[in-house]
Design a binder for this molecule. Structure first.
Ligand code: ADP
Ligand code: SF4
Length: 689
């Protein structure tokens, strides 16, 4: 199909200093968990984005010196020449597909604690990040940098830039964002210096300017020099000579870099979940930059709609459409627009599972794109899949995220697929969950798959079909896949931190009951030890329906795990804003309608709460009765011609949407595969030169 002329502007080349991007699609630097210890995975992951049409593909953060060591968080290094060939694998992969390769050189300053290198951390004035996130906490405060340290830093940046050029990069960054060293010089809270690097805005900007200058000299006209800068705090600061200190900074440096890459200051605002922020949320902070410089400007905003992208350019906000998450969820997004297939874009849902991978220190995962990070080690391509290994028919029971993904991938392989769903519509848990506060965007998991399945003639969807074991035997497909989901349990929580003691009786509910339409009486209490989104979302949902709601959890925060997905700060703001009382470090020990008994997690001190409805959001168990019933009938299975019965998704092991999608996809990839190929290839660092 031909490209819609409305989107032609997105495919104009953009000159960035001495290099030219083939179009305006810019895969910005983002953490992907693949360090120099996984060079082949990293190269294939980024090469796939280039193949998918991005004009520029960047690395994640690359440390310029061992005094910038973020372990155990996964960062890359360019500390000496030994690191060059590892990065060269990536630039070769990116160039092979006609894209430019960018590298984000990075020094973490007072925000890192150098756990592995054990070098003294550095900062402008001896201040470190005191974040409450365990990954960022440390017990050593940084040294206040003296003039020698500043000279050394400039030398490290220059050397790293030279190595970047040798590795084949086209765009080399100075990174003044997100709490890292050059950013620390920009803000007076971090920077208390009284020398030429502190005080006035012009002085605070000096280090960034010098970093840009040494980088430019090092790349000797062969690479563009980009400045990545966080503007949120600076924009909020009044200035005597400009609308804000951010305006002052941009004016002072306007034409110094070849490219401005503008962003927010913290991960939760820079990469906000869709639960709390919509597409284009950075615009009010970064919209002025384009007016103050002649150089191209790139920024992100979880853009998946080509019309929004065109709007950003036509309204003079951005020159290049930056993307981290949309390029993860669909590495082929630009190609799809180019080929008039924008309806096929697998849009990011803003769940931030990808971010949680970085916090976990592992290669990136994605709810929408199960192939991400698997390009090299499993040989999974986001757009191509091996043809069927046999002319088999497959029956999938349950059309939740696992069943849908499985049906789609098997259908694309060419199997004859029947997808049976008990409910009147497909979607499984998404049917309920996407109606909860903030989760509407997650419907993209369902709607994209629905749209893709509609195009496949070999997949038949049967709605309103509750299948029994006898039905399945009668249908007699070659393979049967049970994707029947999971149930929430009414179990409480033991001091051993495991679910115990079923609590039955009137007034006790689980999320399944609310999904089924249960009417709850006020006041209600949500007892959450699932720790992900469901507890806080349901508390908000009940409060919106006029109930007085309290939230109780044995964890130290509401939705404790969401610290990993950047949601937690806003979860708390939302609960407080809705008047929901929070009881942390607390267990529920007993309930009778009217009164709930609580115990402190550590002291067991007892308190009581007025409560007529208790919602337990805790353990989940697989709904695998159908599987168990079938698996017990081996002789009948053989007689019916059924060669295999398997479980996928929550019916195998309850998890988040990302687990269900991955499980369904993996089953489809591995059907009829040579068992010898099922263990993934393990990557290893390249040998030292
Ligand atoms: P997952 O996240 O693993 O995909 P879900 O709970 O979202 O699981 O979806 C499971 C789906 O399976 C639900 O839509 C449910 O209606 C359906 N289902 C459960 N049992 C049967 C059955 N016996 N026959 C057909 N569909 C079923
Ligand atoms: Fe988007 Fe979620 Fe995938 Fe991240 S994990 S790219 S937020 S869909």
């Amino acid at each position: 199909m031909a490209r819609n002329p409305r989107y032609d502007i997105l495919f104009e080349p953009v000159k960035i200093g001495p290099v030219t991007a083939r179009n305006r699609f810019y895969a910005v630097p983002h953490a992907a968990g693949m360090t120099n210890s996984m060079p082949h995975m990293r190269a294939a992951f980024r090469g796939t984005k280039a193949e998918g049409g991005w004009g520029v593909v960047c690395t994640g953060y690359v440390s310029i010196h061992p005094s910038s060591d973020d372990a155990p968080l996964p960062f890359a290094t360019l500390w000496n020449d030994d690191d060059i060939h590892s990065h060269a694998l990536m630039t070769e992969a990116v160039h092979r597909h006609g894209a430019l390769a960018g590298i984000e050189l990075w020094h973490g300053g007072g925000s890192v604690v150098n756990r592995t290198s054990r070098l003294t951390p550095l900062s402008p004035s001896g201040t470190s990040w005191m974040a409450t996130h365990v990954n960022f906490m440390g017990n050593q405060r940084p040294k206040a940098m003296d003039a020698d340290d500043i000279r050394a830093l400039l030398g490290w940046q220059a050397q790293a830039a030279r190595r970047a050029r040798s590795a084949g990069f086209d765009i080399v960054y100075v990174y003044a964002g997100m709490g890292y060293l050059p950013y620390e010089f920009l803000l007076p809270e971090w920077n208390l210096r009284t020398d030429a690097y502190g005080g006035s805005v012009a002085n605070r900007v000096r280090l960034v300017r010098e970093l840009l200058e040494v980088t430019r000299e090092a790349v000797a006209g062969e690479c563009a020099v980009a400045l990545r800068i966080s503007l949120e705090e600076l924009r909020a600061r009044p200035s005597a000579v400009a609308p804000s200190e951010a305006h002052e900074v941009v004016t002072l440096l306007a034409e110094v870099p070849d490219l401005w890459d503008v962003k927010m200051d913290s991960s939760p605002t820079d990469c906000p979940p869709s639960r709390f922020a919509s597409e284009g949320s950075h615009e009010p902070v970064i919209d002025f930059v384009r007016k103050l410089t002649l150089k191209p400007v790139v920024g992100v905003g979880r853009f998946t709609s080509p019309d929004s992208m065109v709007g950003q350019i036509r309204r003079g906000v951005l020159d290049l459409i930056g993307a981290a998450r949309p390029s993860i969820a669909d590495p082929f997004l630009p190609r799809k627009i180019d080929e008039g297939r924008e309806q096929e874009i697998r849009e990011c849902i803003g769940c931030n599972i990808c971010i949680s991978s970085w916090h976990d220190g592992v290669p990136v995962r994605c709810t929408q794109n199960p192939t991400i990070g698997e390009e090299w080690r499993r040989g999974w391509h986001p757009e191509r899949i091996a043809p069927a290994g046999s002319p088999a028919s497959v029956l999938i029971v349950g059309a939740g995220p696992a069943g849908l993904e499985c049906a789609l991938a098997l259908g694309r392989r060419g199997y004859e697929v029947s997808l049976a769903e008990a409910a009147d519509d497909i979607g499984g848990r998404l049917r309920f969950e996407t109606r909860l506060p903030g989760l509407a965007t997650w419907a993209r998991v369902l709607e994209w798959r629905r749209g893709q399945l509609d195009r496949l003639g070999n997949v038949t969807v049967y709605r309103g079909n509750l299948l029994s074991a006898a039905d399945i035997l009668e249908l007699g497909n070659t393979h049967v896949v049970i994707a029947t989901g999971a149930r929430w349990a009414r179990l409480l929580y033991s001091p051993l931190e495991i679910p115990v003691g079923a609590l039955e009786g009137p007034g006790v509910y689980t999320p399944d009951d609310i999904a089924a339409g249960a009417e709850l009486e006020s006041p209600a209490v949500v007892f959450d030890f699932d720790n992900y989104y469901m507890g806080s979302v349901l508390a908000e949902h009940l409060a919106r329906h006029g109930l007085r709601v309290s939230y109780v959890t044995p964890a130290g925060h509401a939705s404790a795990w969401t610290i990993m997905s950047n949601e937690q700060p806003q979860v708390h703001r939302t609960l407080f804003g809705a008047g929901i009382a929070l009881h942390t470090l607390t267990r529920v020990t007993a309930f009778e309608p009217g009164e709930l008994t609580l115990a402190n997690l550590f002291t067991n001190a007892v308190t009581r709460l007025e409560c007529r409805s208790l919602v337990i959001v805790g353990a989940r168990f697989a709904s695998d009765g159908l599987y168990t019933a079938l698996a017990a009938r081996t002789a009948d299975l053989g007689a019916a011609g059924i060669r295999s019965v398997a479980r996928i998704g929550d019916a195998l092991a309850p998890g988040a949407l990302v687990h269900a999608v991955y499980s369904g996809h993996r089953y489809a990839r591995e059907l009829d595969a040579d068992p010898a190929t099922l263990l993934y290839r393990r990557d290893a660092p390249l040998p030292l030169t």
